[in-house]
Design a protein around this ligand. Sequence first.
Ligand code: SAH
Length: 444
Amino acid sequence: MKKELLKVKCIGINEDGKGIVSINGKEYYLPNLIEGEMATVEISQNKGVTTAKLIKIEEESKDRVKPKCPYYSKCGGCQIQHLSYEGQSRFKQRNVEELLGSFCKVNDILVMKDPYNYRNKIHSTFSYNKKREIISGIYEENTHDVINIDRCMIQDNKADEIIETIKGLMKSFKMKPYDEDTRDGFLRHVLIKRGFATNEVMVVLVVSTKIFPGKNNYIKALRKKHPEISTIIMNINNRNTSVVLGNEEIVIYGKGYIEDILCGIRFQISAKSFYQVNPIQTEVLYNKAIEMAKFKGNETVLDAYCGIGTIGLIVSKKVKNVIGVELNKDAVKDAIKNAKQNNIKNVYFYNDDAGNFMVKLANENKNVDVVIMDPPRAGSDERFLSSLVKLSPEKIVYISCNPITQERDLRYLVRYGYKATEIQPVDMFPHTGHIECVVGIQKT
Ligand code: SAH
């Protein structure tokens, strides 16, 4: 193996929050490096593959800060805590401008006043450390070794406290963490969701078997410490897989779901359905999307990739009717219940692939005035987009958590007679490299 030390300057930050350096015309991406910084980098060549590793930062950027989180160097859950929040915002703004700026001017990113402890959903994996003590936290990046994490800077504090209690109770209840290699043990993961507006808490215990000795006493002990826990679910996952949740769910305490309030509407959230992880910024995002749609009151709106129906139900008061489509069965069930519970009668939810559904709508020549679309990171697909332009709505509002696929899809829409009129980045995920962006689109 050939190794060489080089001094290089970081020329930018990529969408994963890694510093970009260019060596002999080839780009390398290094964690924990900021644009403008000089660094010593080790280049190694092994079997024709060249890799670069950060050895030392020689000249620090004025945007560099000491990460508040003690686990930052190992965890990987956040990627840019070493960058000041202003620096993060500038990086995200520029990233969106570079990707989408050619479509129209990009508004200033809407940032958080307090960019900490914003996540309402947390996931913790249970294991043993080398001393056979029970630990809980997340997998170290690119490994299956769990790093113990007691407090996370971006997660809800209450959820962290509950995880700590669960860890403490394991000893007295002789509950063993699951071992992926031997397939022995009981508790694999814990998922916690908290309604910030209602303070209701869901605890999902992902376990390897239905047999839960001392279950009732366990529930009592957990609830005694945390009376805000309103529901506890056992999720059985005995497969050899890195997927967290198994198929079977047993509600062992409470209703099996929690509720939260967004933009004045009450939502029911179950264990498996998607719910935005930053409720404070979700309201900011939705309000911007609604503003871009400029509803007059007589529109038919399609809420595509609707999750538990949040956007559609919120806009239902402002329009004639709403059609929602979503692939996840549990989310659609929640959406239908949410409409009933809020006594909303002009919204219809369908459980289907958004592309499939769009093809059907286009073939039926259905009239849709506004399409609000919020696809997952992979973006939309050709089936959806080609039927969307056939359906020919006056306005499209495209919400995305991945500006790269959003740019690709926007290019398609522009090719078929649409133009972007407003682009608004919203910081939904401070300290991570993730960027959320909403684009207002109009027929030309
Ligand atoms: N608009 C919602 C959900 C956005 S997340 C909100 O703001 O909360 C994206 C959603 O798309 C998820 O609920 C996911 O289950 C759904 N989804 C993923 N692929 C899909 C597809 N092919 N068709 C329809 N929905 C899909």
